[in-house]
Write a protein that binds this ligand. Structure first.
Ligand code: C5P
Length: 226
């Protein structure tokens, strides 16, 4: 057994807009555990590929890109959001766009791309514990996690949440377009053959439709500290 195997992991999987990002961050803060935002890794690879003008459907080029892209998470000195550096460039803002989400989803369906990112994700498992946010955290990356949650919410509510988030960040989007894009991305994530978006058999399922952030945080914390 590797030393990290004894480090507790809480996996939080679910579709986009289910509140995973916010909830994972808050829960990690409350527990004093590390946080893995696995979606940011796929977004970073998609972004790096786009920056190099590569074809996202070229399996060999995408695999090489996933193997060679240098991704670093850096805590902001003022305590605000963690910055994501892609090949040395601060791409935090670019990675948040729905275009980056769609590119991430496209390359995430390539098995060799997923494989290239496994070790990087496993390396986040360090004491005192890890909150892992993604689509396949409980099913593929940390199947032995002691605590597993699957968060969801209605498609309409998820689109509204993303709309609010993106608007607050000054990005221009319409609710109808966003809902269409989110539904298309979810359909692709759920139907791919490798690591599809689905709850682990042993995950606690939480439907967050109509729930406030603090109520969801409390429910998730209760999974770890009943
Ligand atoms: O969570 P986020 O919206 O940042 O993820 C962007 C995309 O990356 C998802 O739509 C999904 O296709 C992919 N992803 C994945 N596996 C993960 C995390 C994200 O396939 N563990």
């Amino acid at each position: 057994m590797s030393p990290s195997a004894s480090v507790p992991v809480l996996t939080i999987d679910g579709p986009s807009g289910s509140g995973k990002g916010t909830i994972s961050r808050r829960v990690a803060e409350k527990l004093g555990w590390r946080l893995l935002d696995s979606g940011a890794l796929y977004r970073a690879v998609g972004y790096a590929a786009g920056a190099e003008g590569l074809d996202l459907s070229d399996v060999d080029a995408m695999t090489r890109c996933a193997q060679t892209t240098k991704i670093r998470f850096q805590a902001a000195p003022d305590g605000s959001d963690t910055r994501v550096l892609v090949n040395g460039h601060d791409a935090t803002e670019e990675l948040r766009t729905e275009t980056a989400g769609a590119a991430a989803s496209a390359i995430a369906s390539i098995p060799s791309v997923r494989q290239a990112l496994v070790d990087m994700q496993l390396a986040f498992r360090k004491a005192p514990g890890l909150v892992a946010d993604g689509r396949d955290m409980g099913t593929v990356i940390f199947p032995d996690a002691a605590y597993k949650v699957f968060l969801t919410a209605s498609a309409v509510e998820r689109a509204k949440r993303r709309y609010k988030q993106l608007k607050e960040k000054g990005l221009s989007v319409t609710l109808a377009t966003l809902q269409r894009e989110i539904e298309a991305r979810d359909a692709r994530d759920a139907s791919r053959t490798v690591a599809p978006l689905k709850p682990a058999a042993d995950a606690v399922f939480i439907d967050t439709t109509g729930m406030g952030i603090e109520d969801v945080v409390a429910k998730v914390l209760a999974v770890v500290q009943p």
